[in-house]
Design a protein around this ligand. Structure first.
Ligand SMILES: [Fe+2]
Ligand SMILES: [Fe+2]
Length: 195
């Protein structure tokens, strides 16, 4: 069993070695930001939660049909601990993995992964194209409109909220707060965005 503790820089380099698609990298950064936000508010290990969020889809660009099945090889080859790898794989529970989220970190990852996509899509519909001034209500409206960002699996988000014992509304509010902390990096800071 590996006792190596991966650093954020190491995780970032590993992500870039396996991903070149800009929107996938922005998705990774979004999930990292929300995981960090949750870890801080729950008094948990922010570095670990953030790093796992950053690499959770690491195999997806190269092996989309084998998503969650290649990640363990990639991470194990880099000496990552088994519990970190387990957390990565558990986000695909019921879709591409049979590892059920059990640790609270795994449950948060499972719950917010898809939701970051809905928050992003909702932000891009706004005149400001920003999460900085976006309130949960505008995401909630889009949540109910099943045709909007139809690829976002609402059932997964609902299951994740139930696992955590929170409402979808609470999950949306926290996901927005988390994404705000990385608004610039994920191109959702609106007019302050230089891109
Ligand atoms: Fe995934
Ligand atoms: Fe993801």
């Amino acid at each position: 069993m590996s006792t190596h503790r991966p650093t954020r820089e190491e995780a970032w380099q590993l992500l870039l070695a396996n991903n070149s698609n800009d929107s996938l990298i922005k998705h990774a950064l979004s999930v990292e930001a929300v995981m960090r936000h949750y870890a801080r508010s729950l008094g948990q290990d922010e570095e670990q939660w953030g790093i796992i969020g950053l690499v959770h889809d690491i195999d997806y660009e190269r092996w989309p049909a084998e998503h969650c099945r290649r990640s363990p090889e990639i991470l194990a080859a880099a000496g990552w601990p088994e519990d970190w790898i387990r957390a990565v794989v558990s986000h695909g529970w019921g879709i591409c993995s049979d590892v059920e989220p059990s640790h609270v970190m795994e449950k948060v990852l499972y719950a917010i992964d898809e939701l970051t996509g809905l928050v992003k899509a909702a932000a891009l519909m706004r005149p400001s194209r920003s999460v900085l001034d976006m309130e949960p209500g505008s995401v909630k409206k889009k949540w109910k409109d099943k045709k909007f960002a139809a690829g976002v699996n609402r059932d997964v988000v609902e299951r994740g909220a139930a696992m955590l014992g929170v409402t979808v509304d609470q999950l949306i509010a926290e996901t927005i707060l988390g994404m705000r902390t990385a608004a610039k990096e994920i191109d959702l800071a609106g007019n302050t965005n230089t891109k």
